[in-house]
Write a new protein. Sequence first.
Lengths: 495, 254
Amino acid sequence: MNKPAGKPLVVRDQVRLSPLRCLALTLAGIRFRLFRSLVTVAILALAVTFLAHGLSHTLIAHETRLLAFNELRHLREIGEWVARLRAPDPRGAVLARLASAEQPYVAEYRRWAGATAAEAAAAEKAARRLAELAEHLDALPEASRVILLGGREALDVLRKLADPKALKDFGDRSREMALPEPPGGLDALGRFAAGPLPKLVAYTDRVQAGHQAAVGKVTRTLGPRTPVQWFAAAADVRATLTAAGFHVDDPAVRRLRAAAEHELALAHVGAAMEDAGVAKALVRRLNVEPKELHVETVLAWLRSGGRADWLAGLIAPHCPADTAAPSGELLLAATRRFHRQGRLNQVVGAELPTARGGLFDLPTGTRWLMVLSFLVCAVGVTNAMFMSVTERFTEIATMKCLGALDGFLMLMFLFESALQGLLGSAIGIVLGVLVATGRGLASFGTMVFPAMPLLDLLKCAGLSLAAGLVLAVLAAVGPAGAVARLAPMEAMRID
Amino acid sequence: MAEADADTQAHERAVIIRTLNVEKRYGRGAATVYALRGVSAAIYRGELIAVLGPSGSGKTTFFNMIGALDSPTAGRVLIDEVDVAQLSAVELAFLRCRKIGYIFQTYNLIRYMTALENVTVPMTFAGVPPERARRRGMELLELVGLADRWTHRPIEMSGGQQQRVAIARSLCNNPTILLADEPTGNLDLDTGQQILGILQRINKQRGVTIICASHDHRLLDISDRIMWIRSGAVERVERRQDVTVKVGRIGGTR
C-alpha cells in the first residue's frame, strides 16, 4: 500500500458563468440543433401568423368599410338633401341627433327653433336622458315590455308618467314583474317626465315648424324645378339654403352640383331609351336581347370614352329642348359614380360600421374572434415550446450532473426561447399582415390601401410580438426551470 | 485473521464516502419498489473499490446516491463527512462539477455536441477558459485513443467510442472521486485493458478514489476491495487478497 493518502475534498460554491458565456453556449447549441430549432420557430411563426392575421384582418376590414361608408355618405348626400327640402326631419331623427349632438344638425335645429344656447343645451341633455331610458326599456324582457308599454313608443309611455298615478302604476307593475329599476330610479323618472321631457317635445315641435318654414322658403325659390334640377343648374344654391337656415358649405355645394348633373344625365339616358329607335340601336350595339335592355345593362357596358360619346350622340336628339344634352364625358362620369356607389355598397355590407374609439373598440362578435385567435396562438406557441423543452429533459439532467447551475440552465432556455420567440413572432407578423392584406384585397379590392390603418397595425404587430415572445419564454423557462430544480437523476427519469 | 487485518487498516484510513441506512423507494403503498433497502457502507479515501451484483440489484441507484445525483428516501449520504442533503444547490453543482467524475452506464453524452465539446462541458461549467479547455479536452481524447475523432457526434460513434468519450469527460476536472458504472462494458479486450490501466494509474498516482461497478475480472484484480450488492443491500465486502484465490479457482483465466 504505497498509495498517496488521497486528495482532500473541499466543497466551495460553483462559479457562476457570465450571461454572455451562457448566450455563446446557447447560440452554439442552436447551431448544432439548427433544424429542430427552425421547426420550433416555424410552428411559433404559424401560431403568431394566426393571431396577427386575426387582429390585422379585423382592423383592415373595419377601416375599409368605414372609409367606404363615409364616401358613400357623400355620394348619397343628394338624396338626403332632396328629402330635407321636401319635409321637416321626423321627430325620431331630431331626437337622435340631439342625443348624439351631431353637427351640423343641432346648430340648424337651434336656428329653426330660435332657441338660446341654454335652451339648446337643456334639450340635448334631455334627449340624452330620453335615449338612455329608451335603451333601458328596450332591454327589458319581451313579455314585460309588451305589458308595460302596450306596443307604444317609449316617448309616449314616458310622457304619460308625468302623472303621479300613472308613475305609481308603472312602478307597481315593474315591481310585480321584478324588473330592474330604470336608471336614476323611479322618482327621477317621474321628475324627468314632468319637467324636461315636455320641454324637449316642445323644442322638437319648434324645430320641425322652423324646418317646415325653411322648406317653404326654398320651395318658393325653386319654382317649377325639382331640387335636383335646381342643384345642377342654379347659382344661388348656397345663398338660398343658408338664408333658410340650412348649414351648407362650398365643397358640399360642388358635390351636390356634380351629383345632380350625373343624376340628370342618367335620367336622360333612361328617358331616351323609351324611344324605340334608341332602344333598337342599343340592342344592336350591346348585342343583348331586347327584354334584357335596362339602364343597368347600358351602364355596365358603358366603360370607355368612345362608347360614351356614341351614346351621347344617340340620345341627344331625344333630350327635352330646354335642357342641354349630356356630353359623353358627363355620361362616363355619371356611370363611374353609379358603379362606384354599387361597389361601396358591397364593401360596406349590411351592418353599418361606426368609428372606433380605441384599438379594440369593435363589435362584440369581432372581439370574440380576436380573443379566439389569441387563444389558438397561445396554445400553438405553448405546445411548440413544451415539445422542444420536454425532449431536452435528459440534456438538462446531464448538464446538471456535470455541474451546471439551475440559474444557468434556466438562462440558457430563456435565451433560446426568446430568440425563437422573437424570430417566430417577427415572421408570423409579416405573414399575418400579408395574409390579412391579401384577404382584404380579395374581398374589398384596392380600397384596402387608402384605408390601411398603419398605426393600429403597428400596435397589433407589437401586441402579437409581445404575446409570442412572452408565451414562448414562459412555456420554455417554466418546465425547464422546474426540471432543473430536481435532483439530476430524478429529472432523468421524467421522460 | 485476514478480516481483522483489513479492519485495522480500514480504521487507519479516512472515510471519503459513508452511507448510513440509505433507502430508495419508488412508488407508494402496495406498489412500492425498493431499489435500496438500508445500505450502510464506507468507502476509504484513495481506494479502488469494485461493486458487484446482478443486474437490478441497485448498483446504479447506489452510485447515484453516493454521487449526489439523487436524494435518498431515507438515510444519509456523507461525502467527506458532510451530509449531502445539507449542501446548497450551488455547492452541489461545485461538487458534481469538480470533485466527482461520473462515467454513466448509458454514457449520457449530449447528442448534438461533438466528442471534444462533450469532454469540455464540465470545464466550461467550472469556468475554465475555452482555449485551455480545448487543449485539455484534446489531451484527454488522446489518452482514451479518440484524438482523431474529436469532431464526431455521439450518433456517429460506436458504443465503445462513446464510452471512452464519457471516460474522458469524467476526468477533465481532475476529480477526487470517480464513479464508474461499467466503464469497460462495451470495450474490446485491448481498449478495456487500456482504460483499466488509466483508472489504475490515476488511482495510484493521484490518489483518486475510484468506485467501479463491473464484472470485468481484470478490474477485480486491480481493485483494493470488492463490494457485493444483492437486492438493494450490501451482501458482503471483501479485500482483494481474499477473493483472488476464488477467482483463480473458478475462472482460471489467469
